[in-house]
Design a protein around this ligand. Structure first.
Ligand SMILES: N[C@@H](CCC[C@H](N)C(=O)O)C(=O)O
Length: 305
């Protein structure tokens, strides 16, 4: 059955998303419908799609048409009963991802501007994701998201990138979704990387991975803040102008490589802008926070076949 979908287009440092409201879980889309909407030639065009659904109503639609319950909504509410809204996130090929660091800031702005949620000064907005609940704070025109715990996961696969003759050792990092970060020698080598095809990982990771290529800025550290440049190939979306979870993984990997005394605050330049990362201790272990802008660009209506 065809229907009209009202959507909003937004981005965070050029990582762009289609967002729509489905509070009661009545309009889950299939992977092929999502891929069609995200197509830059035949659809709206975006790196990903975000459905605004209440955590208590989270469900999704499989390709054959059946709607399945998704326990991630109940898990979010069990973790924090105030996490009323869930970020139901899909990559541009229609595949699910656990978390999106740019998308969650844009989603927070969407919830606030549409009046679906509010944040009182000094308070946080908890949002459910498949990686757990994430707390957001508004800071002027920017948002900060506490990305929670992180871990080394995925080993040290070799990263082979088209256009770069020598393979690099990578390091696997999970920030709720999987990443592999590899260090490159300089800007020239980073610019030569052809990310129109996915970097090859050896061994291949079972759930796939987002791959970040980083080079140090000169100086690497100034006034206690580390500074790197990054390009990314996102799982399920290809090369994008930015990836928030990727920026966090890149800063964590670079701090690890830099060794003792390396800073806990980082600036990361991506093709679409600059994001800030801060690592800080908590009672349950180290957390990492990401700060950056969120923009809503336009709204429209599209026919879904
Ligand atoms: N662009 C996102 C990450 C989106 C999900 C990713 N492609 C995956 O499959 O894990 C970000 O800003 O973090």
């Amino acid at each position: 059955m065809a229907f009209s979908l009202h959507f909003t287009k937004g981005h965070g440092t050029g990582n762009d998303f289609v967002l729509y409201s489905d509070p009661e879980g009545e309009l889950p889309l299939t992977p092929s419908q999502i891929a069609a909407l995200c197509d830059r030639h035949f659809g709206i065009g975006a790196d990903g799609l975000i459905r605004a659904v209440k955590s208590s109503k989270l469900n999704r639609k499989h390709e054959p048409g059946q709607i399945v319950d998704d326990p991630a909504g109940a898990h979010a509410l069990a973790e924090d009963s105030a996490a009323e809204w869930f970020m139901d996130y899909y990559n541009s090929d229609g595949s699910l991802s656990e978390m999106c660091g740019n998308g969650i800031r844009v989603y927070a702005k969407y919830l606030l501007e549409t009046g679906l949620a509010s944040i009182n000064p000094g308070e946080t907005l908890p949002i459910g994701t498949r990686a757990g609940v994430r707390d957001l704070t508004a800071q002027g025109t920017q948002f900060q998201v506490d990305m929670g715990r992180w871990s080394f996961e995925g080993g040290e696969p070799v990263v082979k990138v088209e256009g770069v003759p020598v393979a690099r050792p990578g390091i696997g990092i999970s920030v709720g979704n999987p990443h592999v970060v590899a260090a490159f020698a300089d800007d020239g080598e980073l610019d030569a990387a052809n990310l129109s095809t996915a970097p090859r990982l050896e061994p291949v990771l079972p759930d796939g991975a987002n791959v970040e290529l980083v080079v140090p800025r000169d100086p690497l550290v100034k006034d206690g803040v580390g500074h790197i440049r990054m390009r990314v190939h996102e799982r399920g979306s290809g090369e994008t102008l930015s990836c928030g979870t990727g920026v966090v993984a890149a800063a964590l990997a670079t701090r690890h490589w830099a060794g003792e005394g390396a800073p806990h605050n980082w600036r990361v330049d991506v093709p679409g802008g600059t994001l800030a990362v801060r690592m800080f201790p908590t009672e349950e272990g180290e957390h990492v926070a990401l700060s950056g802008p969120a923009e809503l660009v336009y709204t429209g209506t599209v026919e879904i076949a």
